[in-house]
Design a binder for this molecule. Structure first.
Ligand SMILES: Nc1ncnc2c1ncn2[C@@H]1O[C@H](COP(=O)(O)OP(=O)(O)OP(=O)(O)O)[C@@H](O)[C@H]1O
Length: 218
């Protein structure tokens, strides 16, 4: 699913990633942990095509990312990758249903198909009674579940989550954590999750520990 070899990233003189080799298999739920500044977000952004490495190769879903043009990369990102961030980043003027539908509409799905898919995922995520609510009318946990539905809608190869439960109360945190594993069970969905939450990290199939720009154990 994901293979990366010799990933480095430099910001000026600062070498944030110093040669990362990593393999993540389909259907795995993997956490990336490490101290603040260890390079976790930088690695996630490179794996998720939001940033480019200084050197090294990333293969995702059978595609070598170095070989894609800027335009091909953005199509690949919208269709094959899902993201969940610490702050949900839903569009405030749209309903839960509309927010979840958006990536499917961008991909070119018909409104009817996008709506059907979005409703299926929102129902799976126990939000069938919140379809017409706008983000301001949803709880933090609900907003984050809409963000998960939006990430899922195109059935991406992988969902990258950066501190997905960082802004939630402990009950919503637990609910969200359980969902990742439910979604893997139901859809064989692959997740790569950057987290400071040791409880979540330990629940994952594998914990990738980063230290000083290197992976220490996988
Ligand atoms: N655009 C940038 N320009 C310069 N330095 C950067 C940039 N982005 C990140 N860095 C530096 O790279 C290092 C790694 O940052 P990164 O955000 O990947 O760490 P992290 O492990 O995710 O940390 P945290 O747990 O605090 O989010 C930090 O020292 C950071 O200051």
């Amino acid at each position: 699913m994901i293979n990366c070899a010799g990933i480095t990233k430099k910001y000026g003189d600062l070498e944030v990633l110093k040669g990362i080799d990593l393999t993540i298999n389909k259907g795995e739920v993997v956490s990336i942990v490490g101290a603040s500044g260890a390079g976790k977000t930088t690695l996630l952004q490179i794996l998720g095509t939001l940033d480019k490495p200084t050197s090294g190769e990333v293969e995702l879903d059978g595609i070598n990312l170095n070989k894609l043009s800027g335009k091909e990369l953005s199509v690949f990102r919208n269709t094959r990758i899902g993201f969940v961030f610490q702050f949900h980043q839903l569009l405030p003027e749209f309903t839960a249903l509309e927010n979840a539908m958006l990536p499917a509409l961008i991909k070119g799905a018909s409104k009817a198909d996008a709506e059907k898919q979005a409703k299926e995922f929102l129902t799976f995520l126990s939000l069938d009674h919140r379809l017409e609510h706008k983000p301001s009318e949803l709880s933090g946990g609900e907003k984050q579940r809409v963000a998960v539905a939006r990430a899922l809608i195109n059935r991406p190869a992988v969902i990258f989550a950066d501190e997905p439960s960082g802004n939630l109360d402990s009950h919503s945190q637990e609910e969200l954590q359980k969902l990742f594993f439910d979604l893997r069970e139901a859809y064989n969905q692959t997740f790569v999750i950057v987290t400071h939450d040791y409880h979540l990290a330990k629940m994952c199939d594998r914990m990738i520990e980063m230290k000083d720009g290197l992976v220490h154990n996988t």
